[in-house]
Design a protein around this ligand. Sequence first.
Ligand SMILES: [Zn+2]
Length: 134
Amino acid sequence: MKKFTIYLAGDGLPHMKKQDIFLIFIILVIAACAYCAHYYIAPPEGNYVEVKVDGVIEGTYSLSEDQEIVINGGTNVLKIEDGKAKMIEADCPDQLCVHQKEISAAHESIICLPNKVVVQTVTGNESGIDAMTN
Ligand SMILES: [Zn+2]
């Protein structure tokens, strides 16, 4: 330990150029930005709901955009608000889907058995969202 300290004080620092310190600073700033960008920007854009009717994907919708989605030609209506999705209308006899909890996290789902409608949350990484226009 002592040897290291002596080396730094007596030999290391005087040989360190200003450009080197600047370069290290830049790398740190870039790393910090990349971390922040990933942490703050990625999650809101990463969550989507996938709407399936009879096993076929009818559409994928961003949870960050408030909207109402008419499913299966009007048998079900899904509402997205404040990053959460909720079934607000259905013509099924049991109305179970309408009473299901709103979903927001990945791998949660709302299922309407009589109409064969499945609404599932997915993250951007695991579905082919890239093909969708933003
Ligand atoms: Zn239903």
